[in-house]
Write a protein that binds this ligand. Structure first.
Ligand SMILES: [Zn+2]
Length: 521
């Protein structure tokens, strides 16, 4: 299998030859980089030649935190992300109900965000009863950390009469009972649908958190593994293995699973945990009460003791920890725990990490570096969060939060993701946010804390090289280098030379995996 890709503007991110016009592929790996004449020598005369038409090429992208199966499920739910008020939400749901858009007899919706509403109040059961009192309704907030349900749903879930219909954090776990478990075939079809959508974004690797809360990982694991072994997993999947209790994790380990277990494109990745909620819902766990609601500090999902009891198992088993921490209180708990684990049983290059890493102060950023931890960041989050962060945490703390340039300056490995379906995994708008730190929906928007803007190259590295580092695969992919996998994306414009404000609208036109064209516009 030999191929020559020629006549491109190929940004390799490899210092030895950063910009070339051609690359040769042999057996899925890059055999040579350079001019057309130079790379020809690496292949036989039978090699297929593909003309890139002068277009821009970058290493293919990765997204290091998402929920791929939920994403596909969310495509079938009522989309409330554009509801500009409670009234609009109610209208949209009434219309969906009239159109028969129910699943297992429930009306399921997602994506509402009260922060932009005229009255920014979280809907309760009385609000949702205005849609229906007969059909059970469950509507997730954009962050998925709060779900509003109606009276009928409260009744079916066996909740007490004084439940207000607002389920925060693990109160929402009872909702998993209403989801019909997809069959193995349905799961595999969902995964394939998700992968097909990823390829259109130039994404060839997704770190995805799909095991759910129950500890019953087998259906998801088997679906991915079967597809991978049949050569039908189009995208590389790094499974973020979510386990909530020592019992769940120990069962997984005693079933013989281990970090880095690989079946074709499917690989077991980090131990994923959730330490707190979201900033928008004020469930992110803070060290101090919220500036705009002093009655709460958010909701921690662990104590330092319970976090230690769980993570000492993954630490000992060789898993990197990837812990969702949005508030500085959750981060502090994580830092203390990693420090304790490393003191008691030092592990070199453990690559434990913080997912989101949003509210931080300078001392915490320094501790992340000192503990050699990585960050899984979502640049697209600044689009919405810049409008609420100062209200939530005050100006001083906002100044050192979402501090991605500081992460780089401190030498912290930070990779990019979307947390899809919280935000779409559309790659270029996400990457653009890292560069511009603007809300593109606001005309004439200015960068939010411009000193934290990344350069285009730094932002591209977040979604390529740093993402490969996140799963210990930096020797195999992440840059276009001789010997590495031939995974790359062909773009409609050269994002390295156009105005930063135009990056977000740039399109992916072709995605190449293992040297083969996996998707083309
Ligand atoms: Zn997530």
């Amino acid at each position: 299998m030999e191929k020559l890709y020629v006549n491109g503007t190929i940004h390799t991110l490899d210092a030895t030859s950063p910009l070339v016009s051609a690359l040769a592929v042999v057996n899925g790996r890059i055999a040579a980089l350079g001019t057309q004449e130079q790379v020809r020598a690496a292949v036989s005369s039978k090699a297929q030649v593909i003309d890139l038409g002068g277009r821009t090429v970058t290493p293919a992208f990765s997204d290091t935190h998402m929920h791929l199966i939920s994403y596909v499920g969310s495509k079938r739910e009522v989309d409330l992300s554009t509801a500009g008020s409670l009234e609009a939400l109610i209208e949209t749901c009434r219309a969906a109900l009239a159109a028969g858009q129910c699943r297992n007899g429930w009306l399921i919706g997602r994506g509402w965000n009260q922060n932009g509403w005229p009255t920014p109040r979280i809907p309760d059961k009385h609000d949702l009863d205005r849609i229906s009192t007969e059909v059970p309704i469950a509507l997730s907030r954009a962050c998925y950390h709060v779900t509003s349900i109606n009276s009928r749903a409260c009744e079916l879930l066996g909740l007490s009469a004084d439940c207000d219909g607002i389920l925060r954090e693990d109160e929402g776990n009872c909702l998993s009972a209403i989801e019909a478990q997809p069959t193995a075939d349905e799961l595999m079809a969902m995964i394939q649908e998700g992968c097909a959508d990823l390829l259109k974004q130039g994404i060839v690797c997704a770190h995805t958190d799909d095991f759910g809360e129950s500890g019953n990982y087998a259906p998801v694991y088997n679906a991915y593994r079967s597809l991978a072994e049949a050569g039908k997993l189009a995208v590389r999947i790094v499974q973020q293995c979510r386990f909530l209790t020592p019992e769940q994790l120990e069962r997984f380990l005693s079933d013989g699973h281990f970090y880095g277990e690989t079946h074709g494109h499917y690989r077991l990745g980090e131990h994923k945990l959730l330490l707190d909620g979201s900033l928008g819902a004020r469930t992110a766990y803070m060290r101090k009460p919220y500036a705009d609601d002093p009655s709460t500090q958010g909701i921690p999902l662990f104590t330092e003791d319970s976090l230690y009891a769980l993570t000492r198992i993954s630490h000992a088993a060789g898993f990197p920890i990837a812990a969702h921490a949005i508030g500085d209180g959750a981060l502090e708990m994580l830092l203390n725990t990693v420090e304790r684990l490393q003191k008691e049983a030092p592990r070199k290059d453990a690559r434990h990490g913080v997912v989101h890493c949003q509210i931080t102060d300078q001392a915490q950023l320094a501790r992340i570096a000192q503990l050699n931890m990585q960050a899984y960041i979502q640049p697209i989050f600044v689009k919405a969060d810049q409008h609420i962060t100062e209200d939530r945490v005050g100006a001083a703390l906002a100044q050192t939060s979402y501090a991605w340039k500081t992460l780089r300056t401190l030498g912290i490995h930070a990779s990019g993701g979307s947390d899809c379906p919280v935000e779409p995994f559309d790659l270029l708008p996400n990457l653009a946010c890292a560069v511009t730190r603007k809300d593109p929906t606001v005309p004439g928007a200015q960068p939010w804390h411009a000193e934290q803007c990344l350069t285009v190259e730094e932002a591209v590295r977040c979604f390529t090289e740093e993402a490969a580092y996140a799963s210990f695969e930096e020797n195999d992919r992440g840059t276009l280098s001789v010997g590495k996998l031939a995974d790359f994306a062909v773009l409609s414009r050269d994002i390295f030379t156009i105005a930063p404000d135009e990056i977000g609208a740039t399109k992916v036109e072709m995605t190449v995996v293992d040297g083969e064209i996996a998707w083309e516009k």
